[in-house]
Design a protein around this ligand. Structure first.
Ligand SMILES: C[S@@+](CC[C@H](N)C(=O)[O-])C[C@H]1O[C@@H](n2cnc3c(N)ncnc32)[C@H](O)[C@@H]1O
Length: 233
C-alpha cells in the first residue's frame, strides 16, 4: 500500500470506499454526542458521515499526507497522527473502514483495540472481504492483501474478544472504461504495492481482463465490504 504517496489522488479514485464508509455509518449509527475514535481515517469519508450524526470524532491515521487532507475536509474532527496496529490510548468506541485487512495479524490488532475499550465499548468496522475484486485476483493471484471471507472475519473478531451484534456484506459492481482504467484507479488510490508483474505479464492481464469482463463499453469489477457492529465482551 502507498497511501501516503497517493493521498492527493485517493478521493478521486475511491468511489467504492466512500460509498462503503457512508453505508457503514448508516448501518449502525452512533447516538449524537457519542465520542468515537476513528482508526485509519484517511481523507475522512467515514469521519464526515459520523460528524453528520452529531458524533465527536477523534480521527487518526498513520499517513501525514492523509491527515492533512482529512483535517482540511473534516475540520470539526480532532485529527491525530497515530499508528493503528499497536496498543491504543483508552477510547470509548472505535470506528474504522478499509484498514484492518492491511494488518498482518488482525487478531493481534483487534486485541489492542479491545484492550483500549471499556466492557461493551463499541467497534464499528468496515473491511473488504471476499468476493471483493475476485475477477482481478483470479487473474493475478492473491496479494498484496490476504483476502478473507465473512465467516473468517467473524471468527477473528470472536477470537479477539468482540461480540458481533449485527453484520452484513454489501456487494456492488463497479464499471471502468477498460481494465487499464481499473488498474490505474487502484494504483492512484494507493492500494497497490510495488509492481509484481513484468510489462509482458501486465499486457496479458489487461487483455484477459478486457476479454473476460467486458460489459458493453465498460469492464466490471466486484467490490464487497463486510459491515460489523460489535462490542467488547
Ligand atoms: C483505504 S484507506 C481508507 C481510508 C478511509 N477510512 C476511507 O474509508 O476512505 C486506508 C487508510 O489507512 C491508513 N493506514 C494504513 N495502515 C495504517 C496503520 N498501520 N495505522 C494507521 N493508519 C493506517 C492509510 O494511511 C489510509 O489512510
Amino acid at each position: 500500500m502507498r497511501f501516503d504517496e497517493r493521498a492527493g489522488s485517493y478521493e478521486a479514485n475511491a468511489a467504492p470506499q466512500r460509498r462503503f464508509a457512508e453505508a457503514l455509518a448508516a448501518f449502525a449509527p452512533f447516538r449524537a454526542g457519542a465520542n468515537v475514535t476513528e482508526l485509519g481515517a484517511g481523507t475522512g469519508f467515514l469521519t464526515r458521515a459520523l460528524l453528520a450524526q452529531g458524533v465527536s470524532v477523534e480521527a487518526t491515521d498513520a499517513s501525514p499526507a492523509m491527515l492533512e487532507l482529512g483535517q482540511a475536509a473534516a475540520p470539526n474532527a480532532v485529527w491525530k497522527l497515530r499508528e493503528a496496529f499497536g496498543p491504543q490510548p483508552k477510547a470509548k468506541a472505535f470506528a474504522s473502514s478499509g484498514l484492518l485487512h492491511w494488518a498482518a495479524d488482525p487478531v493481534q490488532v483487534l486485541k489492542h483495540w479491545y484492550a483500549a475499550l471499556p466492557k461493551d465499548g463499541r467497534l464499528l468496522l468496515g473491511v473488504p472481504c471476499d468476493p471483493c475484486l475476485n475477477e482481478l485476483r483470479d487473474l493475478t493471484g492473491e496479494g498484496p492483501v490476504r483476502w478473507r471471507d465473512e465467516a473468517q472475519w467473524l471468527q477473528i473478531l470472536d477470537h479477539a474478544g468482540f461480540d458481533v451484534r449485527a453484520h452484513g456484506v454489501l456487494e456492488s459492481t463497479e464499471t471502468y472504461g477498460s481494465a487499464l482504467e481499473l488498474l490505474r484507479s487502484l494504483h492512484d488510490s494507493g492500494v497497490t504495492g510495488s509492481p509484481r508483474l513484468g510489462a509482458g505479464e501486465l499486457r496479458s492481464l489487461i487483455r484477459d481482463y478486457d476479454r473476460l469482463h467486458r460489459k458493453g463499453d465498460a469492464v466490471a469489477a466486484t467490490w464487497a465490504w463486510l459491515l460489523v457492529d460489535a462490542v467488547a465482551r
